[in-house]
Structure formats: structure tokens, C-alpha cells
Write a protein of this length. Sequence first.
Length: 477
Amino acid sequence: MSEIKDVASLVKSEDKVPFSKKLAYAAGGPVDILGVWVMVSIAYQVFNFELKMPPTYVAIILMSLRLWDGVMDPLMGWISDNFRSKWGRRRPFILVGAILAGLTYPFIWWFPTDMSQEGIMFWVIGFGILFYTCFTVWAMPYQSMLMEMTPDYNERTRVAEIRGYFQTFAGFFNGWVWWLSMLPIFFINGEASPVNGMRYISLIIAAVILVLGVLPAIFVKERYYESDLIQNQEKVKLTDSLKETFSNKPFIILCLLTLFFLLGTSIFDSYGRYVGTYYVLGGDWNEGAKFAGYGTFVYTGFSLLFIPIFRKLSETIGKPRVLMISMFIVVVAVTTTWWTFTPNNPWLMLVNTAFIGAGYAGLWLMIPSMQVDVVDYDELKTGERREGSFASIFSWVLKFSFVIGFMISGPVIEMTGFDANLDNNQAEGVYDIMRIGFLAIPITALILAILLLKIFPITAKKAAEIRTQLEERRGKV
């Protein structure tokens, strides 16, 4: 408790980010959610449920796009770290990237429906690579900007809190996107078609990217850029930057625990669509889409409830302990699925969604703020501010964690004997095997994440010590 008071004593009025700047930065949060996670959340419904692609094909689509991120994210992070202009390191890329990403997003979904399954797969991968190249131009500088807005330990969490509200509302839309794609207005020959629905929904998402994506570039200030620290910093080679980033022990621990946490939850989410739709709801797509929407209401409500609770709690017990609490909440959510995912009472599924909403609130609030503390640790070690490098590697870890979970889920679901062409007439024992995997695989990954968090070294006291040493060496920013 005393270590938190020590941190609080360092808070100065000049370290606070004006609320208007917090809002301008947070406005970009939905772009980050919609640009990446709509594809992840709707892929199996569109390509497997409707187009009858094998789950492995869907996994190939998602994995291909993330592998491309693995190339582009670090490259763009390095470019923005070394870029200099009168407008800053990040803002020009945020402006241009938002425009390009908004213009290219719809192409992913406007494929000819009479193409072969392989043709559609390559179309989505090809235009997906085009979009995610443009999106990365926006995303890496945007995520790096969070690390440059304030040097204060707790104020960083407050900035992440405001962004968390915007992202939660974007997640609400994401949760309903399957249901929206099957509205009568998108019917083909009198039948629901998520494929056709996503074509027109993609235009709406593109407009959101164009409007909200540019706001941080226009209204948010790069605080560190104006300091002598950045102006006098020499350019760092890409290989040297990557080497230094991967030698940062706290960062590696943070990446690994995030990987296992999101790996577990993405498998949970992927399996949940199948177990919920086919085992609990008898293969009824409409009911599955509705329950996905109902779950979004519950998820959003509990996320909004716990974001301010966790933010205040972090200023009392520290960020790592709050993250630990949120992880245990998700463990409870996964553990109870054996009893709550039941055809006798489908509404019990929403209990798990409530726990997931609360747990994710802690994750998405603490992880970005802890990541900024890692950058301070790196500056103390190297004398450089390389926010872009850390943001890019961490962003790729986030996306890779989710998609590796979906990639694993596709083949594993096929291994259970599940066949989408059989609808609810699956072979005997298939659902039992799916339910066991639904429980065991996520629990294993979550336990590994919890064990890693226990050795994360940057507490509130340690962060205060790092800031003091940095300011003694290079002055305040």
C-alpha cells in the first residue's frame, strides 16, 4: 500500500492529460477494434457456416493475415520511431493510414460469390494483406502515441480507461455483427446471408475508420517528441531495435502472459460459437446470432461496470495485482461452462459472458498501461525511447495470440468429428469431445499466464524508482 502512496506523491498537475486530449485519443479505439476483430469474430460464420469452407481454410485466412502483421508491424514501428517531421513522429502516419485503411477495407468482403472456395480464400487473403498494410500505417503510430502522452504511472491508466470505454462500445457492435449481417435487408432469395450482409456492413466500418481514425492525428500532442531526448536521439537500425526489444525481460514476460491469456480466451470464444450454436441451440443460426447479441449486452455492461472499478483499484493495489484478479475471473468463466452450456437452459451461457466482460475489462485496462511502464524500463537501460518498436511487437503478439487460438480451434474442431454440413445431426460423442476441449485447453493456457504474471517485476514502487532515475539523468519531459 505504501508503494502506491509513493507513486501518488510524484503526480504533478503538468503530468495530467487534458480530458479533451484523452477523448481525441480514445476516439481511435473503435478503429483498432473494428479493423481487426470483426474479421476474427465473423470469419467462421461467413466462411464455414454459410460458404461451407473447411475450418482449416478459415484458419489459413486468419493466420496468413497475422503472419503478414508479423512482418509489417515491427517494420512500421521502427519507421515511426525514426521518423522526424514538424508534425511529429506519429501524427502524419496516423492521418494517412486512417484514410488508406478506410478506403481499402471493403474490398475484403466484395468477392464474387460464384468463385471456388479456394478462390474466395485467396481473394480474402490478398485484399486482407492490402488492407492490413494500410491499417498498420495507422495502428502502430496510434498505439505508440499512448506511451508518449504522460510520464505518470496512474495517469497512463486513466488514459487507457477512457479508450477502454470507446473500445467497449465498439466491441458491442462487434458482438452484434453476425446478427446484423442476417437482417432481412441483406437476404438473398429470401434467405439470410452473412456474406451479403458483411459487404454492406464493411462500408459502414470503412466510414468509421475514415472519421475516427484521423482525430488523434489532429488533436493529440506527442509530448516526448518535443523533448531533447527525442530530438537528439540517433536513428536505430531495425535489427538492433528488435534485438534490444527482445532483450527486455519485463516486456518478454508481459508478451508471454498476454499470449497465453488471449490464446486461452480465443479458443474459448471459438469453441463457444460451435458448442453454443450446435450443442446448446440445436444448430439454429438465428438463435446463435441472437444469443451472441444478448451476450454482447451482458459483456458490455459488465465491462463498463468494471473498468472504473479496476482503474481505482490499480491505484490502491497496483496494476499487476488487478490483472491477476481479472485473470482469475476469466478462469471462473471457463470452469463453469460444463454446467452453464446446457440445452436445458441456454440463458445460463450469459453467466459466463458476464465473467468474461469483467475479466477483459481488467486485461484491456492494465496491459496497455503496464506496457508503457516497460518502455520507461527500457529507456533506463538503453537511453532511447522506442515506443514504436514495443507497440509493434506487442500488437503482433495480441493479434497472433487470438488467431493462433482460432487456427488451433479449426483443425481441433475437425478432429472431434464435427461437420458443418451435418448441421445438428452430428455423430454420437462429438459434442462431448468438443465440450471437454472447450474446458481443458483454455484452462491450461490461463494457468500458464497467471504463473508468468507472478514474476513480472515492475510494481508501482519500481516504476516510481525508474521515473526518478530517468529524470535525474535526462530531466523532465
